[in-house]
Design a protein around this ligand. Sequence first.
Ligand SMILES: Cc1cc2nc3c(=O)[nH]c(=O)nc-3n(C[C@H](O)[C@H](O)[C@H](O)COP(=O)(O)OP(=O)(O)OC[C@H]3O[C@@H](n4cnc5c(N)ncnc54)[C@H](O)[C@@H]3O)c2cc1C
Length: 324
Amino acid sequence: MTRIAIVGAGLAGLTLARTLAGRAEVRVFDKARGFGGRMATRRAGPFQFDHGAQFFTVRSDDFQAFLAPFVDRGAVARWDAEFVEFDGPHIGHRRCWADGPPHYVGVPAMNALPKALAEGLDVRLETRVGAVAHANGFWQLHADDDNELGAWDWLVLALPAPQAHELLPDTRSLAPEPPMTACFSLLLGFDEALAVDWQAAFVAGADISWISLDHSKPGRSAAVSVVVHSTNRFADAHLGDERERVVAHLAGELERVAGIDAARAVHVDLHRWRYANVGRQTGGKSFIDAGRRVAAIGDWFIQGRVESAFASARDLARTLESLL
Ligand SMILES: Cc1cc2nc3c(=O)[nH]c(=O)nc-3n(C[C@H](O)[C@H](O)[C@H](O)COP(=O)(O)OP(=O)(O)OC[C@H]3O[C@@H](n4cnc5c(N)ncnc54)[C@H](O)[C@@H]3O)c2cc1C
């Protein structure tokens, strides 16, 4: 059987591994302790935060059909949030997501979908691939600690563009690197209810872009867990700032916009996403060099969305299947 190494166990890498399972010998490597990359969840005592992707929508029949078994078994469900749009401190628009197309989340946490996808697959977590080399028709992978990670017929990079190009710089000319923007996630846990009548909010006219009451998502505990995202513009400009300064600024914006006093939080954390998002791209959906047997996938080929990561992986899978 053809041996394929996939670097990255985010939605793109896991979708590809699952699609090719049984048709090739596939192993997935990820530097993180858990599955899912930016479909991430952090727990702290009673609090639980989806600090990366907040929800995802489904536009294609392929993604809908792929998700159906996970919806049936309860790993994915609709989040019928009371949703508002802030313009500065004013609510301009309000609707309930129950009245419209589904906004899906993982249950009991966003990373439930990648976890379920990884079942039965050969995934090596806590393994950062530090170097790759093509020699005698095989891809040799090396871990950061110089440990050998085997010789593979195919190498697939399922990483954000800058990390893919860092590992294999010569793919840059074939799959040009779109600018990826950063994001801060401010995570707040409260031991009291919040006096707001909504559960999810887009924000304009501020340095924060999103607020969610994560405990309102299906299957969560009642502990009041709030996720606040900065704008990409603010994060790009302040990525190197001291943590305390960033927390204070985002907390100030939260209070100004939504009247939520972060000083009352009993748990405060900040996550810095270096490569969070990418705007809409107009090129292909994945990259493949069949001669050297190397490929790349990820949301960045299409747009910074969960469904884009899926679509990129399926696009490559169709080409690879014809080559196996
Ligand atoms: C703050 C934030 C909010 C978002 N909100 C939404 C939203 O509401 N809706 C939506 O649809 N999308 C949202 N997104 C985007 C969505 O999360 C991504 O589009 C999607 O998860 C990307 O999947 P991926 O597999 O392409 O990449 P990733 O999930 O980034 O997976 C890449 C994986 O590669 C691993 N890796 C990196 N380098 C190495 C290495 N050298 N060796 C081994 N492993 C490595 C990483 O650990 C990671 O697990 C959001 C993202 C962020 C950050």
